[in-house]
Design a protein around this ligand. Structure first.
Ligand code: ZN
Length: 383
């Protein structure tokens, strides 16, 4: 994606792309590079809320360490040398998420949230919105609608589902359904039963690969020994769906993944349609930031997302990853350096890690912009 015009080919996006990212404060490039500003001697993340500097004053660096070596000091607003997941604003937003999640049926007000975290309600609102892209009250509402969606898929009727999800009356649901579901609850329920999933199976050096797609994006990437085993697994994972082989969308991504595995190409461009709990999505989002050729331990991932005791839960989220390779759970290993388990077989994990270690990819950094649908945390699959 994009040519490299920097003096370090293969490491930075091209300078027009980076300039565009700085001008639009594009979240996609949050961790992709930092820019030093010669007029101030300060370096920033592309997403820094400060005024956009002149292009002629910018020097781009892959890492904050390089910017410091170049004589720049870290900006106090965007904290470019602090890992994004530990940025105080992210931590505050997560704290607020947990407070809301703990009281979904009666979400705390802004001033209650402010009091609970020891900041003004205005600050909480502003920071939450910047990090999550939504307000605390909308976030609370989306949690209830998530419950409603599950209930609509399993409950006996729309009305039952509405009450099961904890809504006091259907009126509020109907008022907000267009925004939150994109359709009426009845249409949503019908769609859940009648959804079609297209898939493609192809052979590669790791055995067989199955890629499956809904209308919204890739919902499953599986590895196995036989085509039948992979099809059965898909049918078990999506019991209500109609499965159709030969989906063009799935075939395209399947070909790209095989290109990645066997021809050492890196461009995989996929939009993901995966569910998962909030914790799982937080883990999966973190996994997409482990660069190709590198690994992180379960414990390190847990610490990085703010639950230092959560190594076991991180391993669980890795095992639950529905899209192998696109969310690179194979890059998470045990703290002693052993590869550890893999849903698709320890041998395949070792093969993938060896491949990524040994291949000199043209552009190991930004390749693909996969994203988790409906996630407050945008997800990029960095292959
Ligand atoms: Zn800054």
């Amino acid at each position: 994606m994009g040519s490299n015009q920097s003096d370090r080919p293969g490491l930075l996006p091209d300078s027009d792309t980076m300039w565009a990212a700085v001008q639009t404060k594009d979240e996609t490039y949050l961790d992709a590079f930092v820019q030093g500003v010669s007029s101030t001697g300060i370096y920033c993340r592309p997403t820094c809320p400060s005024r956009t500097p002149k292009r002629t004053n910018l020097t781009f660096y892959k890492t904050w360490q390089e910017a410091e070596a170049g004589g720049f000091r870290a900006c106090k607003r965007c904290l470019p040398s602090t890992p994004h997941s530990r940025h105080p604003h992210v931590l505050l937003a997560e704290q607020v998420c947990r407070l809301i999640e703990a009281a979904v049926d009666r979400p705390p007000t802004l001033s209650e949230l402010g009091a609970a975290v020891g900041r003004s309600s205005g600050h909480v609102h502003q920071v939450f919105r910047a990090v999550m892209g939504t307000t605390p009250s909308r976030y609370a509402e989306s949690l209830k609608f998530d419950d409603l969606k599950s209930a609509l898929k399993t409950g006996p009727s729309v009305t039952d589902a509405i009450y099961e999800a904890g809504f006091g009356s259907p009126r509020r649901v109907y008022e907000r359904a267009k925004d939150q579901l994109g359709m009426t609850p009845a249409e949503y329920r019908k769609g859940a039963y009648e959804s079609t999933i297209g898939y493609q199976v192809i052979g590669c050096s790791l055995g067989f690969l199955l890629v499956a797609a809904t209308e919204k994006g890739i919902c499953s990437v599986r590895l196995g020994d036989t085509e039948a085993e992979l099809r059965d697994g898909l049918a078990t994972e999506f019991p209500g769906a109609r499965l159709e082989s030969g989906s063009p969308a799935a075939a395209r991504v399947a070909a790209e993944i095989v290109g990645y595995i066997d021809s050492h190409r890196t461009a995989i461009d996929a939009v993901l349609d995966v569910g998962g709990t909030r914790f799982q999505r937080l883990v999966w989002d973190r996994l997409t930031r482990i660069p190709v050729g590198e690994t992180a331990s379960y414990g390190a991932v847990a610490a990085d997302i703010g639950s230092p005791d959560g190594a076991r839960a991180v391993a669980g989220a890795c095992a639950a990853n529905p899209v192998a390779i696109l969310i690179p759970c194979h890059r998470v290993t045990r703290s002693d350096g052993e590869p550890g388990g893999y849903r698709w077989g320890a041998e395949r994990k070792q093969a993938l890690l060896a491949l990524e270690r040994e291949t000199n990819y043209l552009d190991p950094n930004i390749i693909s912009h996969s994203r988790l649908n409906r996630s407050p945390f945008a997800c990029r699959a960095v292959m």
